[in-house]
Write a protein that binds this ligand. Structure first.
Ligand SMILES: C[S@@+](CC[C@H](N)C(=O)[O-])C[C@H]1O[C@@H](n2cnc3c(N)ncnc32)[C@H](O)[C@@H]1O
Length: 366
């Protein structure tokens, strides 16, 4: 087993060959932002898996997936989780993917070590392998646990960006994605799969886009074909990959070398609503984007109010903020005036939120 003597600085964008626990122990403490781990599943396959017609199934029976007992698997899990915990930054998060064979044991261990579970994600496979014997349900999903290093970690989560990519609906914890097939699947010169459990890049992209920023360091202790490295490079993140088997490490290096990073504007973190500068409605009046005395209306022109010089609205005798008057007009307890009121512009309606965006854009360039 070759574990290099790592320099004290981080071996960024490198694939290290060796046992992950030993390799991680050489990394500086609190130095990585995210861990993505796809550990051995401990499938406990006793003998060949055959279809009803007796043909052999191409199942995961590799030696790296063999453990003598649950106790041995638990000790291994504890060792790599502890090592990862030391190198994770205080606000970092850990993702681990597994199946029913191992995920519950891994989940209990990581909680015992102080990690704080944020979500379990079900990766629902669009094209699962059929259940050959027909004596159980088709095994059509894998589970990812997403955990913060600790209960008080201020972890990264791009809520708004994920929602924006999901038809403006909050992203759910069940992800429907196909297995890794076609062009993406690494094959050797005989057309055989290079690795039995290569993960789809789309899965890793969702993980990184939700819980990391460009420039972050993602550690993958079970690198396999380097899916984490390929996606990290495309999305402007750094990776550190550790893989025990030299042929997999070599396949990963070759794969990653061929990846072209996306242009930065394709993955730069979108500003979250909370991080955008606050713009009072009065600023729109002062900037001349709306005029005192002008009428604001809702999208169907059923409600009307008058803009006042002090940045409030008047609705009959009532005077208040764009939000209060919007709520009053509709008889509701609350209203977001920015997305309710419009002004007439060039024969159509323009939302106040759009005009607020103009001020924010000016602020960003000055
Ligand atoms: C489930 S596979 C990961 C597949 C990877 N996510 C991909 O997309 O290709 C687990 C990998 O961990 C490696 N491995 C197992 N035990 C290891 C250890 N102690 N240290 C480093 N790598 C290990 C195996 O050789 C195998 O390639």
């Amino acid at each position: 087993m070759k574990v290099p003597n790592l320099p004290s600085e981080l071996p960024l964008d490198q694939v290290l060959v060796g046992d992950c626990v030993a390799a991680i122990e050489r990394l500086p403490a609190a130095s990585v932002d995210v861990v993505f781990a796809d550990p051995p599943y401990n499938l406990q396959l006793g003998g060949d898996l055959r279809r009803p017609d007796d043909s052999l199934v191409d199942a995961v029976d590799d030696h790296w997936d063999q453990f003598a007992s649950f106790a041995e698997y638990d000790a291994f899990t504890r060792a790599w989780l502890l090592a990862c915990r030391r190198v994770l930054k205080p606000d970092g998060t850990l993702w681990v993917i597994g199946s029913y064979h191992n995920i519950f044991r891994v989940g209990a261990t990581l909680q015992d070590l102080g990690f704080w579970v944020l979500n379990d994600i079900v990766w629902r496979k669009a094209n699962p392998m059929p259940n050959f014997r027909g004596r159980r349900f088709t095994n059509a999903h894998e589970t990812l646990i997403w955990a913060a290093r600790g209960e008080s970690s201020k972890y990264t989560f791009h809520y708004e960006a994920l929602k924006g990519g999901n038809d403006d609906l909050q992203m759910r914890s069940d992800w429907y994605l196909p297995l890794c097939t076609g062009e993406e699947r690494l094959k050797d010169s005989d057309g055989a799969k290079v690795h039995p459990t290569q993960k789809p890049e789309a899965l890793l992209a969702r993980v990184m886009l939700s819980a990391s920023n460009p420039g972050d360091v993602i550690l993958d202790p079970f690198f396999g074909t380097g899916t984490t490295g390929a996606v990290a490079k495309a999305l402007g993140r750094h990776f550190i990959g550790i893989e025990r088997e030299t042929p997999y490490a070599e396949a990963a290096r070759k794969r990653i070398a061929a990846i072209k990073p996306l242009p930065p504007e394709a993955f730069a973190a979108a500003p979250s609503k909370r991080s955008e500068p606050r713009v009072p409605f009065l600023s729109l009046v002062e900037a001349g984007l709306v005029k005192a005395g002008e009428i604001v209306v809702d999208d169907r022109r059923r409600h009307k109010a008058t803009i006042r010089a002090d940045g409030t609205l008047a609705l009959g005798p009532a005077v208040g903020s764009i939000h209060k008057v919007g709520a009053l007009a509709q008889g509701l307890p609350a209203c977001n005036g920015w997305t309710f009121w419009h002004v007439e512009r060039k024969g159509g309606l323009t939302l106040l939120d759009t005009l607020r965006g103009e001020i924010r854009a000016q602020m960003a360039t000055t």
